[in-house]
Design a protein around this ligand. Sequence first.
Ligand code: NDP
Ligand code: 13P
Length: 342
Amino acid sequence: MSNLAVIGAGSWGTALAMVLADNDHNVRIWARRSDQVNEINEHHTNSKYLPNITLSERITAYTELDKALENVEVVVLVVPTKAIRENVQHMIKFLSKPITIIHASKGIEPGTHKRVSEMIEEEFSKTNLLQNVVVLSGPSHAEEVSLRQPTTVTVSSESHEASELAQDLFINKHFRVYTNSDLVGVEIGGALKNSIALVCGLTNGLGLGDNTKAAIMTRGLAEITRMGVKLGANPLTFAGLSGLGDLIVTCTSIHSRNYRAGKMIGEGKSLDDVLASMGMVVEGIRTTKAAHELALKWQVDMPITSSLYAVLFEGLSPNQATEQLMGRVKKHEVEQLSVDFQ
Ligand SMILES: NC(=O)C1=CN([C@@H]2O[C@H](COP(=O)(O)OP(=O)(O)OC[C@H]3O[C@@H](n4cnc5c(N)ncnc54)[C@H](OP(=O)(O)O)[C@@H]3O)[C@@H](O)[C@H]2O)C=CC1
Ligand SMILES: O=C(CO)COP(=O)(O)O
């Protein structure tokens, strides 16, 4: 049993807290709203994010970050990517000894193009309070994990021992955890698939069918791999849980917020209206911005992601985007990647 805190009590933080509680850990979960903390502690539910699920009594919620972090060795950080930096800055104020952070957020920061582990390391860089950062990623909707449906994920870190620590904390008979030494690939796969899921939803909203979805997923994986390899990832990672696996689950599931948001946009709703109606994070919007910037910076061809960028931020209509994508210059399907990963 480790001293553990989960920071972020949304869908995924709560589902991961349940996995840890199933593994006999006493879990402190931090949420910023006292009504939610009271609900978790008094009723063992988190009705906004995981309706109809009863939480373990091993999970105790706090609004006070100092109490949640007292004597912790491992912090599971599960807030939206845009809130990572501010939450790490708050955490640092209350830490008295070095910790390992296992993060489970799927995004890239626009402007800096940092992955989540890079943001965490940067925020900790002037302290000696960070032992290791691990990412936990893969095809795993919180709604199904909270029902203990068989799920597989992967963990990755620059430290193999830290990956194994995360694997040991989370693995159980419903939640199978693999290790993968490709931190860049695991984080890039988890982040970039969100844009592809938005596009799959969007084509569905336009009334297009399964041929189109298969095309978007397959060619989407090709462009994720192209960018990942450019950034130093192992191409094989994208055939795994944090590539193909997460792409399948996010592009085809009613649980995916990215897919659902894309569908509403395809049906003609404005981005602002869609985001206002979701009530949960849609990571693919900001990550599309970051990915489009990365594509320009590294001259990597990402036609699907860049078309989505034009639809979201430049007023291109989804129908025009489809015509442009289908009218591109003819190509050979399989390309040679210049691979120089470690
Ligand atoms: N849901 C899923 O199935 C999966 C999600 N993920 C990833 O996990 C991350 C978190 O997503 P998820 O839990 O689903 O999101 P949700 O939208 O379900 O919940 C977001 C949580 O973050 C909190 N939050 C939002 N902004 C801030 C902030 N500025 N400071 C502190 N807390 C904040 C929210 O608090 P409040 O309620 O007060 O607004 C809420 O607790 C994302 O990167 C997502 O891609 C990964 C795998 C699966
Ligand atoms: O990453 C996820 C499942 O693996 C969750 O996807 P959404 O954020 O689109 O719901």
